[in-house]
Each structure stands twice: as C-alpha cells, then as structure tokens.
Design a protein around this ligand. Structure first.
Ligand code: 8IG
Length: 269
C-alpha cells in the first residue's frame, strides 16, 4: 500500500501498533525489549509468550538480515507487566535508512510502552570483560553521524540511559559494571586503531546498534535501559581475530546468566 506523502514515520508506527494490538489481542504493552546478538537464548526466562508474530505481519517492518536474529515479536506476560519483545532488530548497516532502524522503537511507544530495554552484543575495551560479561550502558557516542529525528526537534539526551534503572540493576546484581557504548556504522568490525580511538574518546564498548534506537525512544518519552553483552574483546585488545560464530557461541554460553538477569530486572522496571 502506498502511503500518502503527508504520512510520517510516527503515523507508520501508530498503524503498526494498531495491527499489533489486533494480532496479539493485547490493547497496550508496558515495557519493550530489543534482543541483540547473544541475547536470544535468554528470552524464555522472561515468562510465557501470550502471542508470537512475525515482524513482517506489521506494516513498516522487513525481514531479519542476520543469522541469530529472528524476525519475531513476542507478547509476554511477566507478573503484572505485558512485555513486547523484539527478537531481532533492523541495523543501520542494512542500508534501509534510520527510520527503518527505529520503527520498532516507535511502534513500542505507540503500543503504550513507557520503558524500553535495549540489549546488544558488542566488543569490549576492558580486558577484564571476558566474553559473556554483561555491562550497563551509561552513555553513548553515536559515530553514525545520523539522527532518527528530522526537523527542529531538539531532544535532550542528558541521562539518556536512565540512572534510576541502572541503579535498580545494580541492586539486582552488584557485580554489574558500566560503560560508554560507541556505535560504529559497521557492518565491518573496527580496526585496532579505531578501537584505540574509541577508547581515547571515552568509550568502553564498541558495536553497531542501539544509539539511534535510544535517541528515538527518548524522543518518544520512554525511559531507556541499555545492556551490552560483551561477546568478544574489541579488535586489537586481544590478538584473536573476530568471528560472528564466536559471538553467537558466547551468547549461548552466557544465556542462563542473561536470562536470570533479565528475569529479575524486567519486573522491577
Ligand atoms: I557481537 O567488536 C559484536 N558486535 N562494532 N565491534 C562492533 N560490533 C560488534 C562487535 C565488535 N562485537
């Protein structure tokens, strides 16, 4: 269906949310979760899925492009909260544009979600973060050079990654570390020199997602929690080459800890 020229990405998100409500039978969702590389095996710890739909059943979504990312959305009942769980995301490097990257976030906001948990798999700059270590995102550096917002909408990003939610997470698990997430455009991994640059700029984690989604979530008024799973040491921090299969394996190995973590955090959001 072609959209009239006046329809905006926010209209598309409203349409997707309306269809979501029809397909799930759930009028409003409370908390959204986006699962990144390595997080999929943790999903079952969140609770019973009351519905699972394909992203392609909703207007504005296209299929998943990466092995280990499945193009599904689950509606999950977790205590008194109705969760909207995205089992995959659209990445900036797919070239579908920034509006496509944040369509899920805007759909979640239109579906009623007041908070969103953005997870990802990433490279770590601290050698003590062995593969499988979860790290709270304290702030970000967006090296895509893009914004999901168009026009004169000056959104405040102070405390983008909610200090309230981070403090709650550290109550649940006091061993959780924090770091600044640096989004590179990808899809190639960084050179060792780029990883050193990220460190000089104040970064601790390098990845290919999350920052544009966090900005769109804040624009939509949602509270944002970001959690990275360090699945590999960033290029040049270790002398090992990077490999997507190892990323998935680190996720599988960390699955029960991530499931336990999400299962304890989400009900308290
Ligand atoms: I998983 O080391 C994963 N995703 N940019 N760098 C970037 N993205 C990643 C990395 C990494 N590991």
């Amino acid at each position: 269906m072609t959209q009239p020229e006046t329809s905006t990405p926010y209209d598309h998100a409203n349409q997707a949310a309306a269809r979501l409500a029809e397909l799930t039978g759930i009028e409003r969702h409370d908390v959204a979760l986006v699962l990144g590389s390595g997080w999929l095996p943790a999903v079952d710890a969140l609770g019973e899925a009351t519905a699972e739909i394909a992203t392609t059943d909703l207007p504005g979504f296209s299929g998943a492009a990466v092995a280990g990312h499945s193009g599904k959305i689950r509606s999950v009942k977790a205590g008194d909260k109705q969760l909207l769980v995205f089992l995959s995301r659209t990445h900036y490097y797919e070239g579908k544009g920034v509006a496509a990257v944040v369509h899920g976030v805007r759909t979640a906001a239109a579906a009623g979600c007041r908070a969103i948990v953005l997870t990802n798999g990433c490279g770590g700059l601290k050698p003590t973060w062995t593969p499988g270590t979860p790290v709270l995102i304290s702030d970000h550096i967006n090296l895509t050079g893009r914004s999901p917002i168009e026009g004169a909408r000056f959104v405040d990003l102070t405390d983008l990654y909610s200090s309230r939610l981070r403090a709650m997470c550290r109550e649940v698990d006091p061993t959780l570390d924090e770091g600044v997430y640096v989004q590179f455009p990808g899809p190639h991994y960084e050179t060792p020199a780029e990883v050193r640059m990220a460190g000089i700029l104040g970064g601790h984690l390098v990845g290919m997602s999350t920052t544009l989604e966090a900005i769109a979530a804040r624009e939509a008024g949602m509270e944002v929690l970001g959690i990275s799973l360090v699945t590999n040491l960033a290029a040049g921090i270790s002398d090992q080459p990077l490999n997507h299969e190892e990323v998935l394996e680190a996720g599988r190995a960390a699955a029960s800890r991530m499931g336990d973590l999400l299962g304890r955090i989400v009900p308290r959001i």
